[in-house]
Design a protein around this ligand. Structure first.
Ligand code: ZN
Length: 374
């Protein structure tokens, strides 16, 4: 931690301008205490980490900082604090909020709203994340989770990235835009992974952009929407992924006709070569399924075929029945994904699985639905 209590009950903050000599004097002549548990703290002035306070070993303090902090976390807080100071937001570093028993990394206020900035350098469980987020919300504080930039994000461009469950928690939404803001201490740069399109499991397509620390504003800048041309490139990659997914799936299944997916393909007389472009497309909430979108979308068409329905005549209230029929667990988000998919098919005027449509028409509708709206 960077803030401690002095003997005189004053908060003392370690800042980047302190010289080695000043630090040594502080260390010798002063005592510092944890603002949360009041235990005496060690002032650590070493080679690897920036100067910081630490609890004694075996401390029973419940603060976030009792188990030792990484160098990145310490430095990141200091750099972000400087940014907010420069932006004249009167930031508070590591303020202890007794009513919540929480200590955000930085607290700021803008236009009568309070924001807690949490710079995450190590994974936290979903429960702890929820508990802290709810704590802030109850106190009318807006939490902003900022992830320490993972290695794979450090090249700008458009590519496939992997976002694990822990990091997926920090995904932010602005209108229809989904993105992840990360901050890299070493290069003092924000890396945005934006225009996230879920592919399968932990994989997403993303556009990674950089923003140097001194160009950042508050509230944090929202990434721009992707252009139609770039989005088409992204969808082409998505289609390639779909075909790569399908090939071994067709060849390797041992379940044969008991495999509902293969059965649907067989019954509808689909082949690798004849698979229409509107099967296996990204729609909103596809990440709610643990199977690839192609799987449930083909099953939906098979369901419609068995019930002599078309996207146009299928009642949206029958979606839960489709889940029961295909033995998939129904959740709100999954239901919304299916509904969104049916609406896209309606917009494309698709009546049956063998309909031919121009790729451009499909991409335009998906652009409207996933990017432009909102
Ligand atoms: Zn403590």
């Amino acid at each position: 931690m960077l803030v401690a209590m002095t003997k005189e009950q004053q908060l003392f903050q370690l800042h980047a301008q302190l010289s080695q000599q000043e630090l040594q004097t502080l260390k010798k002549q002063h005592q510092f205490f944890c603002p949360q548990c009041s235990e005496q703290l060690l002032l650590k002035v070493g080679q690897i980490k920036i100067p910081h306070f630490a609890h004694q070993k075996n401390s029973s303090c419940h603060s976030l900082f009792s188990e030792g902090e990484s160098a990145a976390h310490l430095l990141g807080k200091q750099q972000l604090f400087q940014l907010f100071k420069k932006l004249q937001l009167n930031p508070f570093l590591e303020p202890y909020l007794p009513s919540l028993k929480q200590r955000p990394d930085i607290l700021i206020r803008k236009n009568d709203r309070q924001y807690a900035i949490e710079f995450q350098c190590s994974p936290i469980s979903h429960d702890l994340f929820r508990q802290r987020t709810n704590g802030y919300r109850k106190a009318d504080i807006i939490p902003i989770w900022l992830l320490h930039t993972p290695e794979q994000f450090k090249t700008p461009g458009m590519f496939k990235i992997s976002i694990n469950h822990t990091n997926a928690q920090y995904t932010q939404h602005y209108k229809s835009q989904k993105f992840l803001i990360t901050y890299d201490v070493g290069s003092k740069t924000f890396y945005y992974a934006s225009n996230l399109i879920h592919i399968h499991k932990r994989q997403y397509f993303a556009l990674v952009n950089v923003l140097p620390l001194h160009h950042q504003h508050f509230p944090f800048l929202i990434p721009e929407k992707i252009s139609n041309a770039k989005f088409c490139l992204l969808l082409s990659s998505f289609t390639k992924f779909r075909d790569q997914y399908l090939r071994p799936r067709l060849l390797l299944s041992k379940k044969g006709v008991k495999d509902r997916f293969l059965r649907a393909i067989y019954e509808m007389r689909l082949t690798m070569a004849s698979l229409p472009a509107f099967l296996g497309i990204p729609v909103r909430n596809t990440n709610a399924f643990d199977i690839f979108c192609l799987e449930w979308q083909i099953q939906l068409f098979y369901f419609m075929k068995c019930h002599e329905l078309t996207p146009g005549t299928m009642n949206l209230r029958a979606i839960p029945y489709f889940f029961e029929w295909s033995r998939m667990e129904l959740t709100n988000e999954r239901e919304m994904a299916v509904e969104h998919y049916i609406n896209i098919l309606r917009k494309l005027d698709i009546h049956h699985v063998h309909e031919k449509i121009a790729l451009k028409q499909l991409f335009d509708v998906l652009y409207d639905e996933l990017v432009a709206i909102g």
